[in-house]
Design a protein around this ligand. Structure first.
Ligand code: C2E
Ligand code: CA
Ligand code: CA
Ligand code: CA
Length: 277
């Protein structure tokens, strides 16, 4: 165990700039980062619109790189997907999120935790069992766990995806369709796949108060979700105009920079205390 730790530290020290070099090299560096614990989850609050209360957080991973500082997921998630590292990455992010959620629960804060998953995660038959095992180990209720899947990446015609999503849902894990409105076959997917939450893309939320066609899409999505019995989340609340517009809507949950930016796990309890004063 000790030897392994030393070895991992050496790997971490060896690492030069991640942004330099070809993709294969960067993927090797990312593999080390996953093992070395350089990935840190940030959490962005999700509020119940009616009560204004904190009801959950979305997990957003960052890479704390020794030389390059904080790196955002758009810069390394595609690499992880391409180089077969996404299963390991998702597992590390999920375990960390459950660990933090356990601490929050122990401090009396009973909130849900959302984790982003990639399409590639949904093509391994063992995925549902691994998620359930991780939640059980953290003594975290499956009904408070949310998995967000980006709409544009979804393929409802793949049997395995449908099978895995169904098994997750049967365990009462919440399934959220992310970036809704940006994909191609939204409606077919809503019909075929067992999602119970619809997350409207920030492109339709921010600015909907000023733009008639954005507003039409936003309100149409809410209406459709309601009829399908799905919970609705609006992301990208950026200013007081967005906030006031949302307050007048029938959306269930809101999230955005205007409410809170993604923060470190240690900051959440203090933020919550300030917010609920
Ligand atoms: P996403 O799931 O759509 O997450 C929302 C993104 O919008 C986050 O960017 C968040 O910081 C940002 N955001 C939050 N509020 C606002 C707002 O009011 N205005 C604007 N303009 N943006 C806002 P971030 O953290 O850079 O993440 C980017 C994407 O990376 C995520 O988009 C998600 O698709 C992906 N991602 C993040 N963490 C993970 C992960 O652990 N696994 C996987 N597979 N993907 C992840
Ligand atoms: Ca998301
Ligand atoms: Ca989104
Ligand atoms: Ca996105």
């Amino acid at each position: 165990q000790q030897l392994r730790q030393v070895f991992q530290q050496d790997l971490c020290r060896l690492a030069p700039s991640v942004l330099a070099g070809h993709d294969g090299y960067r993927a090797d560096r990312l593999r080390q980062a996953i093992v070395c614990g350089e990935l840190e989850n940030f959490y962005q609050p999700k509020l119940d619109l009616t009560s204004g209360k904190l009801i959950g957080v979305e997990t957003l991973v960052r890479w704390h790189h020794p030389e390059d500082g904080l790196i955002y997921p758009d810069q390394f998630i595609p690499l992880a997907e391409q180089y077969g590292l996404i299963d390991a990455l998702t597992q590390v992010v999920l375990n960390q999120a459950l660990h933090h959620a356990r601490q929050w629960r122990d401090a009396g804060l009973k909130i849900s935790v959302a984790v982003n998953v990639s399409m590639a995660n949904l093509s391994h038959v063992t995925f549902p069992d691994r998620v359930v095992a991780a939640a059980n180990k953290a003594r975290f209720p499956l009904t408070a766990l949310v998995l967000e899947v980006t709409e544009s990446k979804l393929m409802s015609n793949q049997r395995i995806t449908l099978d895995i999503l169904t098994r997750l849902r049967l365990k009462r894990i919440n399934l959220s369709i992310d970036d809704f409105g940006t994909g191609h076959s939204s409606l077919v997917q809503l019909h075929d796949l067992p999602f119970n939450e619809l997350k409207i893309d920030k492109g339709f939320v921010h600015g909907a108060c000023r733009d008639n066609s954005l507003r039409a899409i936003f309100e149409g999505s809410l209406e459709m979700a309601r009829k399908l019995g799905m919970k609705t989340v609006a992301e990208g609340i950026e200013d007081s105009d967005d906030w006031n517009f949302l307050l007048a809507s029938s959306c269930d949950t809101v999230q955005g920079f205007y409410i809170a930016k993604p923060m470190r796990a240690e900051e959440l309890l203090d933020w919550h205390t300030l917010w609920s004063r």
